[in-house]
Ligand binder design. Structure first.
Ligand code: GLA
Length: 665
């Protein structure tokens, strides 16, 4: 990723949110600016959904209202994150160019009247979008109020694929560019199975609704194709902005571990990474996932500061039951982002909508008005971030001594049907992440194949899909002295989704098999999975040995040639088989294999041994649930995500953190 600035992209912590003045009578605008100033708002994201207002008829642009809004903000010293407004095309596009509307896998064309109703591969959409961006960039590209560009909005959020003819021909062209010959595609897709062989690219279709299981590699390529195609939309906008608004950074808002776009490929094209997160106040474990998304954003940007583009000041409107954020929680979430590398905390949205589908979504100025709990908390957070801007945190990096591998191909492959079991990859990764969070260990997420040499320990849960050289790199990491901890369902398929033969973890004689000292012969999933959402608590088995406790989710038949067996399954289909192994590797390195999902206590015991061997400092001497700690810019943040005050020992010092509170040391 290229950052336009050496450390922070911003002069102070950004604070503010989406501002949709076009939804209001202009008489409200002065009040908005006055309240924003009082609340310490530095930044307003303007125009995200204003295409219909900006271009009421094709080619007729109305910028007067936006000129006024930008001038008012500018006069008050509020910077603008200007949206390119391409996220929701106007009614005229659907009416005059119905071919721009997306088509689902059953061939149903989606209608107008919500948002994001465009096929990502529609040429007409692309032409109109490009023209709109050109107009906006030409007009505001050098305006001093414009701090950065916000391209589109949450690309792929509602529509990440379309099965219209234009998209399918683009898919064929993408496949032809990838494979060159139809024979190569047939080999990669394994099409001699079920008589699927193609004679030419013209015969290939998108993976539409079909009688039964669709070709796995076709499905995976379709995901990759759509991720790439939507990235083309971003790059198209970025090219126009680079031309007409030189030097102004361009971002778009990610959605954490979003399941449709390969953000590793995307992030390198953004000037800085930004993210939207909406933790569920009803979920007591939401902070684990939330902390992980912060670490992912920092990792996607190569460690550089990122921007929290959206969070809700309180409830959302899109869950079946929308609980408010408890007092303090919005500050807590904002400061969690800051502690984990964000240089700004923005919200959706500034003023709570009066009408439309989001009228029950909380906002910085709620329906109740500024004299309200939510707005008072907003004001306090604005003031706090302004003060924090004076200190060493802004622009500072966050040190992570461990890494977890994360891979979108694996996510896509494990979400397909016809697998050994339903395996929720994200939940599996979160389970591992949670064990490190409980000890206060900060992790980066790493892409398979990335350099790992700076990390004391590297964790590889369920890396189902990996190329041989990516698996070799893991072995090399352990042989070079690292603590490599590999979880079940790793190294099963190559990137064409062909099984590794001669034992999983990369196939007969692979470097990873040698480094681990074992190969996996057969899977034995436990009957019910809690992680993949089966009814009930999920099955359990016991493991016994040097490490003992509860095993969940998984067992395996493993051939251990040359590793110490630290735990064996005591019951279940694979009773007697190895559950956790360790083999010394180069220097002080070791390669650990975990053939199950250890229960929390067993995980903690395992993590303890690995972290000790890796000489990674654990700020919490014993596992702590619901409280996290992280250092940024020399400031140690301790964050309590529970409804009770928490007394915790951090590096030998006992501190009390209020309910939903944050303290800094
Ligand atoms: C997303 C969108 C916003 C808004 C919020 C509501 O993040 O980007 O426009 O719809 O969700 O939570």
């Amino acid at each position: 990723m290229t950052s336009p600035f050496p450390s922070s992209p911003f002069p102070s912590f950004r604070f503010g949110g989406d501002y949709n003045p076009e939804q209001w009578d202009p008489s409200v605008w002065d009040d908005d600016v006055r309240l924003m100033t009082a609340a310490g708002v530095t930044t307003a994201t303007v125009g995200v959904f204003s295409w219909a207002k900006l271009e009421p008829e094709p080619g007729r642009f109305e910028f007067g209202w936006l000129d006024t809004v930008i001038e008012k903000l500018h006069a008050a010293g509020i910077r603008v994150l200007l949206a390119t407004a391409t996220a929701s095309p106007p009614a005229w596009m659907a009416a005059r160019h119905p071919e721009t509307l997306p088509v689902d896998e059953r061939g149903v064309r989606l209608g107008f009247g919500s948002r994001q109703q465009y096929s990502p591969h529609s040429r007409v959409y692309r032409e109109f979008a490009e023209r709109l961006v050109r107009e906006l960039a030409g007009r505001y590209g050098r305006h001093p109020a414009v701090e950065a560009w916000h391209a589109n909005n949450e690309y792929g959020c509602h529509v990440s694929e379309s099965f219209d003819e234009e998209s399918v021909s683009a898919f064929r062209a993408w496949l032809e560019a990838k494979y060159g010959t139809i024979e190569a595609l047939n080999r990669a897709w394994g099409t001699y199975f079920w008589s699927q062989a193609y004679a030419s690219f013209d015969e290939v279709d998108a993976p539409r609704a079909a009688p039964t299981f669709r070709n796995p590699t076709q499905q995976l390529d379709w995901k990759r194709f759509n991720s790439d195609g939507i990235l083309e939309l971003f790059l198209m906008e970025k090219a126009v902005l680079a031309e007409l608004s030189p030097g102004v950074p361009v971002t778009t808002n990610f959605m954490g571990f979003f399941g449709e776009l390969d953000y590793w490929k995307w992030a390198e094209r953004l000037d800085f990474v930004s993210d939207d997160e909406y933790p569920d106040p009803a979920d007591p474990r939401a902070h684990v996932h939330l902390a992980a998304t912060r670490d992912l954003m920092r990792s996607l940007g190569g460690g550089k500061p990122w921007l929290l583009m959206e969070q809700s000041p309180s409830a959302v409107n899109w869950r079946p039951r929308n609980l408010p954020k408890p007092p303090g929680a919005n500050r807590l979430h904002g400061l969690q982002a800051v502690a984990r590398g964000a240089d700004g905390v923005l919200h959706f949205q500034w003023r709570q909508a009066e009408a439309g589908a989001e009228k029950f979504h909380a906002a910085m100025v709620p329906h109740a008005g500024p004299d309200s709990r939510v707005h008072r908390e907003v004001q306090a957070l604005g003031a706090e971030l302004a003060e924090l801007s004076q200190g060493p945190v802004l622009g500072a990096s966050v040190d992570a001594q461990a890494a977890i591998l994360w891979d979108w191909d694996t996510l896509w492959a494990l979400r397909q049907d016809a697998n050994p079991a339903r395996i929720d990859y994200l939940a599996t990764v979160m389970h591992w992440y949670g064990a490190l969070l409980r000890r206060g260990v900060v992790v980066d997420f790493a892409r398979p194949g990335a350099r790992l040499d700076g990390y004391g320990a590297v964790f590889v849960p369920a890396l189902h899909v990996a190329a041989p050289d990516e698996l070799d790199a893991l072995a090399a990491y352990a042989e070079a002295g690292g603590q490599l901890v590999v979880g079940y369902q790793t190294g099963i398929l190559d990137r064409d989704l062909h099984a590794y033969l001669g034992g999983y973890l990369g196939g007969a004689g692979s470097a990873l098999q040698r480094t681990l000292g074992l190969r996996v012969e057969e899977f034995a999933p436990l009957p019910a999975s809690a992680l993949a959402g089966d009814e009930g608590p999920g099955s359990e088995a016991s493991v016994v040995g040097e490490l003992a406790g509860t095993a969940t989710e998984w067992q395996e038949f493993t051939v251990v040639d040359d590793a110490e067996v630290l735990a064996r399954f005591d019951d279940g289909a694979a009773a007697g088989e190895a559950a956790i192994t360790r083999r010394p590797a180069g220097g002080r390195g070791a390669a650990w294999y975990v053939a199950t999902q250890p229960g929390a206590e067993l995980f903690d015991a395992l993590a303890d041994r690995v972290l000790t061997d890796a000489e990674i400092e654990t700020p919490f001497a014993a596992p702590v649930v619901g409280v996290e700690t992280v250092v940024r810019g020399g400031v140690r943040f301790v964050l309590n995500h529970t409804p009770k005050p928490a007394e915790v020992e951090v590096l030998g010092r006992t501190v009390t953190v209020p309910a939903y509170g944050v303290i800094t040391l």
